[in-house]
Design a protein around this ligand. Structure first.
Ligand code: DAH
Length: 354
């Protein structure tokens, strides 16, 4: 029993001497831990005469309980002291800016942003969005668009062909979004009013050409659609897209097999803050009667217009991006410079660009 009293006062001294939480924990392990001095007392139980065991056991347990509650009390004391110490020394500067999280650091690619802008504008004019596959048939990409086999216009499109299939048909990567016109006219009756954005492919690569790029096709077919509608629509689009009240437009005679007449459209570069130049932005025209016929529509009854715009080119013009190849280089420095904040969603009401 004297041993116990000595042990107890030694333990109490250690507890009050423990200067911090790790030191206190060491005392806990050394006393009431599995192999600690207090716990080990229990192993003596077996060597005691039977009539002393109960009293000894109770005494040791009571000691263990006292040690344990002293440890807890000292622990609380040390924790409070540690907290007061931190409160006294640490300062939170609540005037610092909020740390940037992933939503704020992420960027929307200019192609995606400009696509959303264009869709928003045409949606407000009543156009639906149509889609077609990247791998197309020769028939949809060329023949039904009034570009028969051996037509010289095929050579202007540096086409990526696949191996011919057993039936001789040669699938290809679509060279333009115009086959979506065909798909739409085959699938639905006029009135038709769609835009069809998507990737297109041509075997071509330099500062202004990449083997994959993006176009947006437009198609309007009805019974009395005429060129005035085409010009008005494109002008409304150009004003909304470049966010200017007036835009100078020039329609130049051109040639596409799927339109008659065909035009290329330039805008006055003052729309992008560079007066004195013309910038080509798209090709368009009245849908060729052969194309209508190829899709089962009688040209005597239906007519309409179509246009094709380079989406990447629109992005380059509007946002002053010089090199097309960088669009597809996946360089995060480029993206954080030219990209758009995630929550900067283009709307006509809220503003096409912020
Ligand atoms: N498909 C043409 C191209 O890739 C662009 C084009 C021109 C589309 C005139 C049209 C159009 O719908 O009417 O160069």
């Amino acid at each position: 029993m004297t041993d116990l009293a000595t042990l107890e006062s030694a333990v109490l001294a250690q507890i009050s001497a423990a200067a911090d939480l790790p030191a206190l924990d060491a005392v806990r392990v050394a006393t009431i831990g599995k192999k600690g001095s207090v716990s080990e007392l229990m192993s003596k139980l077996g060597s005691l005469p039977a009539d002393e065991r109960k009293a000894f056991g109770q005494t040791v347990n009571a000691l263990k309980t006292r040690v344990s509650s002293l440890l807890d009390a000292r622990k609380a004391e040390l924790e409070t002291a540690a907290l007061s110490q931190r409160l006294a020394t640490e300062r939170a500067d609540i005037t610092l800016p909020v740390r940037v999280g992933p939503e704020a650091a992420g960027r929307i690619h200019p192609v995606s942003q400009v696509l959303d802008e264009v869709i928003e504008i045409f949606a407000s004019l009543g156009f639906a969005v149509a889609e077609g596959p990247d791998i197309e048939s020769d028939d949809n990409n060329f023949t039904k668009l009034n570009v028969p086999a051996d037509h010289p216009a095929r050579q202007e499109h540096d086409t990526f062909y696949f191996q011919p299939k057993a039936d001789g048909a040669r699938p290809l990567l679509r060279t333009h979004t115009s086959p979506v016109q065909i798909r739409t006219m085959l699938a639905q009756k006029p009135p038709i009013r769609i835009i069809a954005p998507g990737r297109v492919y041509r075997c071509d690569s330099d500062q202004t050409h990449t083997p994959m790029f993006h176009q947006i096709e437009g198609l309007v077919i009805d019974e009395s659609t005429h060129m005035g509608h085409l010009k008005w629509t494109l002008e409304a689009f150009a004003k909304a897209f470049f966010e200017v009240d007036e835009v100078k437009m020039r329609f130049r005679a051109s040639h596409f097999p799927f339109t008659e007449p065909s035009m290329e459209v330039d805008i006055g570069a003052e729309a992008i803050g560079k007066p004195g130049q013309w910038l080509e932005i798209l090709g368009c025209g009245m849908v060729h009667p052969n194309v209508l016929r190829n899709c089962g529509l009688e040209p005597e009854r239906y007519q309409g217009f179509a246009f094709g715009v380079g989406l990447d080119r629109l992005a380059m013009l509007k946002y002053g991006i010089p090199d097309l190849r960088q669009f597809f280089a996946a360089d995060v420095r480029w993206l954080s410079h030219y990209g758009f904040p995630v929550l900067d969603v283009p709307t006509l009401g809220g503003g096409i660009s912020s």
